[in-house]
Design a protein around this ligand. Structure first.
Ligand SMILES: [Cu+2]
Length: 68
């Protein structure tokens, strides 16, 4: 999943066997995976949030976050 206009921290075991907080604007999620994104919402606007696999985005894995 990719978030425009912001970076976020996500707990990931991508680089080790232990969860680590990694700073990202895109996070490759596994099927059925649930994740919490942690970020400071200090960039006002409507920011697109979507799957980077365009066929997934086209079938509905897309939305936006509004920072006010
Ligand atoms: Cu996808």
């Amino acid at each position: 999943m990719h978030l425009h206009g912001n970076h976020f921290y996500v707990k990931s075991k991508e680089f080790s066997n232990k969860d680590k907080l990694i700073l990202r604007d895109t996070y490759l999620m596994q099927p059925g995976e649930k994740s919490e994104f942690i970020y400071i919402a200090d960039n006002p606007g409507k920011w697109l949030f979507h799957c980077h696999m365009l066929e997934h985005a086209a079938s509905g894995m897309i939305g936006y976050l509004e920072v006010v």
